[in-house]
Design a protein around this ligand. Sequence first.
Ligand SMILES: Cc1ncc(C[n+]2csc(CCOP(=O)(O)OP(=O)(O)O)c2C)c(N)n1
Length: 573
Amino acid sequence: MNGADLIVKFLLDKGVHHAFGYPGGPVLVLYDAIYNAGFPHVQVRHEQGAIHAAEGFAKVTGIPGVVIATSGPGATNLVTGLADAMLDSVPILAITGAVARKSTGTDAFQEADITGITQPITKYNYLVMEPNDLLPILEEAWQLTTEGRPGPVLVNVPKDLLAIQIDPEAVNRSASTYVRHRPAKVRTEHMTEQVYAALAKAKKPLLLAGGGSVISNGGVQDMMEFIRCLGIPVATTLMGKGAVAPDHPKYLGHIGMHGTPQANTALGTCDLLIAVGCRFSDRIIGDPDLYNQDKKRVIIHVDIDNAEIGKNVRADIGIEDDAADFFRTMAANYPADRTCGVFSEDWIEWIDSLMAKKKRYDELVEQMYVPTYPLLPQYLIHRVAQAYKGQNAIVVTDVGQHQMFATQHFPVESPRSWITSGGLGTMGFGLPAAIGASFADRTRPTILFVGDGGFQMTFQELGVLANLQLPVKIFIMDNGSLGMVRQWQDLFFDKRFSHSGMEGTPDFNMIAKAYNLPCGFANDEASLNREIEKCVTTEGPYLVHCIIDTGENVYPMIPAGRMPNDLIMPGMD
Ligand SMILES: Cc1ncc(C[n+]2csc(CCOP(=O)(O)OP(=O)(O)O)c2C)c(N)n1
C-alpha cells in the first residue's frame, strides 16, 4: 500500500463518504488512489469552493468536512476557508500535497510553506516527513477536528511520500505531536451552587446562547430544559441562531450590531449574564472595556475552550465545560426549594419589560413587510420564509446586508440549519457552503441568500450544483452595490460612495442558463410570487435574480464600539 492508498483507506475506515477537492501534480498519486478505490469525491471549481462546501457539510452534520488540494496555489486557495473555519469552530480535515521531501525549502515548482502560512489559522497542522508517521498523524488530526472546541486541521503530505510503500502495521505511534498546556478544568459540577446563588440574587438575568450551544452534542435539548426550569429570558448570538425556536415565549431574538432591540437592551442592562459557547466578539459586545465597566453585573462565562473565558469580557464565574454538560448538570441540580418554571418572582417585571419591547419591535417589523417597487429586502426574505414555513429549510447566507436581513427576517426552525460566515465574514462563502449543506442533507430545501457582490466571488461553483442537482434555491439580492460598504459610507462617510457601486454586473440568468440551471427574475410583488412558486415546485436547484432597493439600510444598528443598548432603530423609543 502506498501513502496515497493509506490515506484513502484511512478516510473510508472513518466512514467518510464525501471529500471536496481539486487535483494537481503533487496529488496525482492521491487522485489515482481515489480513482482506484472509487472513493466519493466532489470536484469543485476552485479550492476555496471546496473548503466552504466542506464547512457547509460540517455545520449541518457535525461530522468533519474533508478537503483535498494540491501543493502551492491549491493549498494557498484554502487559506480563507481555514481562517473562516477557525473562527467559527468548524471541524475540517484538509489534506494538501507538498513538494517531494528532498525539494523542501528549495523554492521548487509549486512549493508554498502551507504549514507555516496556516499555523495561526488552523487548530493544528502537520508536515509529514516520515512514512510511518502518516497514519498516526491522520488519526490524531481527525480526532483533533472535533475534540473539545472543533476547528480545522491540516495535514501536508509530500508527493514522494504519497507514492512510497508504507506498511500500515509499522506505524510510529510517537509521531503524534499535539501537546498543549491546559490549565485544570473548572467543570459545572463544582459550580452549580455558585451559579444558583447568583441567579437567586439577580433581578435582571439573561441567558446568552452562542454557536457553542448549537454545535455541542445534545446542547440544545438540554438548554431548552434549563430555560423551562428557570423561566429565564434567552438571546442568541449570530452563530447561535436556530438554537431556540423562533416562537419560544422566552426568546428575545439575537444580539449584536444588527440584533433585536429587546435582546440588545437585555444584554446592555442585565445584572446577571450567563453566556454559553460564545466568545464575545466585537460584533456583539461593541467595546468590551465599556461593557466591563459595569462592575455590578455578574458575568458567568461557560466555554469548552478555556482560552475564551475572560478573554474579551471579564468572567466573574468561569466554567470550562461543554454546553450540553453545563445545561444538563445545572438542570439536574435544580434547587428543591424553587418552583420549576419560575425560578424567581423578582424577574417578572424585567421579563415583562423585555417582552413589551419585543412586541413594539415586532409591530415595526410587520410594517416592513409590504410589497414595494423596487422590492424591500425585508419583504423578500419574509416572503421566502413564509413559502418555506414548516419545511425545516437550511438557510445559508453570504456576507453583507442580505446576511443581516436574513438573520432578522428568516425564522430558522431547527439547530444546525443556519449556515453563515460569522467570525471572518467571508464574501464568497454562500454558494459553496450551500452546496455542502445540501449535500449533507438533500431531503430538506436549502435556501441561499447572496448579494450581487459575493455571488460574483465564487459563482463558478454553479457547475458543481448543476452536476449534483441539489435542491439549492438561490436568491441573488441585487441592490447594484456592495450594500454593506455602501451603508457605512452612507452613515459614517457623508455619502461618499467610494467603489461600493457595482458596475458591469452580468445578467445572472444568462449565467445560470449557461450552466443549464433553471432560473428566473423578480423585481416586483407579482414576479417575486411567481419565482418563489417556481422554487417550491422545482425539484432541484433554482436561481432567482432579484432586484431590490439600493438605498435600504439594515436597522436596528449599534454603531461600532458602542454599548448594546445604544442601538438605533427608527420608530422605536
Ligand atoms: C472577501 C471579502 N472581501 C471584502 C469584504 C468586505 N465586505 C463586507 S460586506 C461587503 C459588501 C457585500 O456586498 P454584496 O455581496 O453585494 O451584498 P450586500 O451587502 O449588498 O447584501 C464587503 C465588500 C468581505 N467581507 N469579504
